[in-house]
Write a protein of this length. Structure first.
Length: 202
């Protein structure tokens, strides 16, 4: 029908963006208009789908590793560490004197040793895997906590390699071996379909 009114569709989004920027010069507008005329679809081709792709913004999720390290506080000097340790020892001694004054039968606390550190990790790992649960109730197993404890002992063994006495190294390796074996047994039973968590070993 030749009497049908002719109309032109104008994309006002592009014009509005150009007005807000205010930096587009007249020659650039003319070049864009000429480009749009060249890319204009043939009216006889019928309707077609036009996709407007928004520019992708690249967002950095993690800070660079160098920046993370630069935000760490500076290490204390040798003098600061020495003064702090002296103050800590004096405070701990005053606290121990107060405890012994309340309970004269209590002896002095032995100094903390490497064996005590390994034993604490070892007992924690066993408890997390259900050991020591009273008979009757089902043991509470924290398998992921046990894995974390075992991994901590592994880190300790790696970082102290070559700096331990024969007795200390043997104790550390034995504790790590026993905990890993218990973990393998427990995780194998948990992963079996239809099998409840195992009873705690006594």
């Amino acid at each position: 029908m030749s009497d049908a009114p002719k109309f032109e569709v104008i994309d006002r989004r592009k014009l509005k963006a150009q007005e807000e920027q205010g930096s587009t010069s007249a020659p650039e507008l003319d070049a864009e208009k000429e480009k749009e005329v060249q890319q204009a679809p043939d009216p006889s081709a019928g309707p077609r789908l036009v996709k407007n792709e928004a520019p992708r913004e690249q967002v950095e999720l993690q800070e660079p590793e160098d920046l993370q390290h630069s935000e760490m506080p500076a290490a204390p000097t040798a003098e600061e560490s020495s003064k702090q340790k002296a103050a800590y020892d004096a405070s701990a001694q005053r606290l121990e004197d107060l405890v012994r004054a309340q309970n004269p039968a209590a002896g002095a606390q032995p100094p903390v040793s490497f064996e005590q550190l390994v034993q604490q990790f070892y007992v924690s790992g066993l408890i997390q895997m259900g050991a020591g649960t009273p008979e009757g109730p089902q043991p509470r197993v924290d398998i992921m906590g046990a894995r974390n404890t075992i991994d901590l002992i592994g880190v300790l063994a790696e970082k102290t390699r070559g700096n331990l006495s024969h007795t200390e190294d043997r104790m550390l390796q034995a504790a790590l071996y026993e905990l890993r074996m218990a973990f393998l047994e427990l995780s194998g039973m948990i992963s079996m379909p239809g099998v409840p968590p195992p009873s705690a070993k006594r």
